[in-house]
Design a protein around this ligand. Sequence first.
Ligand code: ZN
Length: 66
Amino acid sequence: MKQYDVKCPICGTMNKGIYLGETHGWMECEHCGIDTMNIEYAKKHAKRVPLLRLKQHDPYPAPAAV
Ligand SMILES: [Zn+2]
């Protein structure tokens, strides 16, 4: 499976060797521990996945949820 080097949009740490294919573009930053979705990966592998509306009442807004 292909590995990706992903820069965390929150703290800027480069996370190397991330298996985005396993997580559908999500990764947990090794530095700040925040889960973020890699937008570039998501664009390339865009599938018609329904958005998770169940999280509307989550008190913590998802980071980088664009
Ligand atoms: Zn980070």
